[in-house]
Design a protein around this ligand. Structure first.
Ligand code: FPP
Length: 232
């Protein structure tokens, strides 16, 4: 039990290919992917994980065709209701990313979900929406630069810990493990600061086919690794 990762990041990749294999539109794959997102939260809780962050929409995903973006937004609207139900099960929801670009109804709902679940202690679900790791670090740098110019802090006060306090993950446990299905082996601008000492597990399964067995496999593999954090 002591080797269970406290915080897992999931890159929900492969929805498009999953749909293509079935000669279906890409949004069919996202639909299935969203159902697996919901199940994965429960599996993580059952297995003793404390926090899970999901990459749902990156700052680069706006480059996709408008109908696909609309499909993902519609899905998000539908799942917000589910997410709200999770907020009632002692789950805290933290949204990572700049949500001001989303439609007003989605923004309002997301802000409300974050506020109303703020004191929940059972589990933390992070959802990265219009999220980019570089943008996140830039924002923290900008905020700290303003504080320096207003003489609230000096440049010497800027430590790794202080930067960490200005990231979306400031109230989450450290990221232990990143799981990326679908055969791709890259981070794609996901939690790049937080992943500095995380373990990575890349799997061939497409996200809509991801199962509890796959999660258990990844956790077992993680538990067997020797994390040295630069030591020996
Ligand atoms: C990557 O697969 C997936 C996305 C860019 C979107 C992920 C979104 C969801 C799972 C649904 C919405 C989430 C919530 C929280 C309701 P891809 O489309 O790049 O797949 P491909 O590489 O096979 O084309």
């Amino acid at each position: 039990m002591e080797n269970i990762p406290q915080h897992i990041g999931f890159i929900m990749d492969g929805n498009g290919r999953w749909a293509k294999k079935r000669v279906m539109p890409r949004n069919f794959g996202h639909n299935q992917g969203a159902a697996v997102f919901k199940k994965t939260i429960n599996w993580c809780r059952e297995l003793g994980v404390k926090c899970a962050t999901f990459y749902a929409f990156s700052t680069e995903n706006w480059r996709r065709p408008p109908d696909e973006i609309k499909g993902i937004m519609d899905l998000l609207r539908r799942y917000l209701k589910d997410i709200r139900a999770s907020a009632d099960e002692n789950i805290r929801i933290i949204i990572l990313g700049d949500i001001m670009t989303f439609d007003k109804d989605i923004q309002d709902e997301l802000i409300d979900i974050m506020q109303t679940s703020k004191n929940n202690t059972g589990f933390i679900v992070g959802i990265a929406l219009n999220y980019g790791g570089r943008a996140e670090i830039c924002n923290a740098a900008r905020t700290l630069a303003v504080k320096c110019s207003q003489k609230e802090i000096t440049p010497d006060d800027i430590t790794e810990e202080l930067i960490g306090e200005y990231l979306y993950t400031s109230e989450m446990p450290p990221l232990d493990l990143v799981i990326r299905p679908s055969g791709e082996q890259r981070l794609s601008n996901f939690l790049i600061w937080q992943a500095a000492y995380a373990e990575f597990i890349f799997m061939d399964v497409l996200w809509p086919d991801f199962t509890k067995n796959d999660l258990e496999y990844a956790i077992r593999e993680y538990a067997g690794r020797n994390r040295r954090f630069g030591g020996i």
